[in-house]
Write a protein that binds this ligand. Sequence first.
Ligand SMILES: NC(=O)c1ccc[n+]([C@@H]2O[C@H](COP(=O)([O-])OP(=O)(O)OC[C@H]3O[C@@H](n4cnc5c(N)ncnc54)[C@H](OP(=O)(O)O)[C@@H]3O)[C@@H](O)[C@H]2O)c1
Ligand SMILES: *[C@@H]1O[C@H](CO)[C@@H](O)[C@H](O)[C@H]1NC(C)=O
Ligand SMILES: *[C@@H]1O[C@H](CO)[C@@H](O)[C@H](O)[C@H]1NC(C)=O
Ligand SMILES: *[C@@H]1O[C@H](CO)[C@@H](O)[C@H](O)[C@H]1NC(C)=O
Length: 304
Amino acid sequence: MFLQWIGIATTTYLVIKLVYYLAQGAYLYFFRTYPDFNKYGKWSVITGATDGIGKETAFQLASRGQNIALISRNTERLKNVAKEIESNHNVQTKCLAIDFSGDEEIYDKIADFLQGLDIGTLVNNVGTDQELVRFLEQSNLSLIIRNLVRVNIMPTLKMTQIVLPGMVERKRGLILNLSAFTILQPIGKFAITNATKSFVDLFSRALSYEYESEGITIQSCRPGAVGTKLSQQFGDLEKMTSIKDYCTSWLATVDKARWTHGHWQHAVEAWVWEKIPTALVQKLSDYFYMEPGAKIMKELEKKK
Ligand SMILES: NC(=O)c1ccc[n+]([C@@H]2O[C@H](COP(=O)([O-])OP(=O)(O)OC[C@H]3O[C@@H](n4cnc5c(N)ncnc54)[C@H](OP(=O)(O)O)[C@@H]3O)[C@@H](O)[C@H]2O)c1
Ligand SMILES: *[C@@H]1O[C@H](CO)[C@@H](O)[C@H](O)[C@H]1NC(C)=O
Ligand SMILES: *[C@@H]1O[C@H](CO)[C@@H](O)[C@H](O)[C@H]1NC(C)=O
Ligand SMILES: *[C@@H]1O[C@H](CO)[C@@H](O)[C@H](O)[C@H]1NC(C)=O
């Protein structure tokens, strides 16, 4: 009798949990209701805005009436993207060419650049990669360490330091950080990059508890493979979620949860990925990522 009750209770619990997951998934990924970005402020700031996820996000925010401040390295590309945004959407743009791997003074320039703007949305998107080999086998380890700390970690902290005070004062703001679902399991040969993404994820989520009572929404986004230049080493970009599909889905989730995978396919992949035993994860990632990745990188090098 007692065991029977335990059985019923357990089954009920599992069914409720499943229904909850499915409902939450449907709410996040299939009900595409977008927030009114203009209620957070007139300007969106996007780091790494000239390619991939950052560029598409810039266009989509502009199509929703946001003025866009773009930050990345290449002046020419910045000008082109800004021109394209202004000619397609009736909004203002502002560009700053900065290399985030530079010294901390760059943040004084960024603070000047953003001075006085009504910034409602910050997208911490800029990110860079390690080589797909073990820690000591990176071809210039010092450089990789420096770049990953400066490009993947520092901007998340420093951009927040620059933008958050204004948001708190105005009692509104939206901060979006790009993390990744590979943080759900430790993976050999991804060690440095993925650890920086864990930092971003945990920082964002903790900060969201600190500031949500002040009207600030902070979200960490954890994509799988999106078809951008950064993903070239993982194979055919055509087979990955397109940048446009990904951003269209992701931006509908931003005010609904503290973290998201942005797209239902990525949520399913992440769910499976998290459930696989960690020892098996190493074998799978060697088979699916490292070996094909090494070949692809060689071919890309040759083409250069
Ligand atoms: N693509 C994926 O599958 C995937 C998966 C998980 C997470 N993510 C994360 O999503 C974010 C965006 O990735 P993505 O694939 O869209 O990248 P991407 O296509 O390589 O674009 C990177 C952007 O950042 C700029 N940038 C790169 N290094 C910079 C630096 N040192 N200083 C200033 N700007 C710099 C680039 O422009 P310039 O070259 O002109 O500077 C470009 O606009 C990253 O944080 C990435 O880790 C991506
Ligand atoms: C490695 O990167 C550092 C910068 O951190 C640079 O000074 C050094 O020359 C590089 N070494 C090689 C062998 O490229
Ligand atoms: C994990 O690390 C690999 C290797 O650097 C990188 O290509 C991949 O994008 C990383 N994933 C995330 C989510 O950062
Ligand atoms: C997201 O960016 C905001 C602004 O920098 C920052 O406060 C928050 O900590 C970041 N969260 C993540 C996940 O980086």
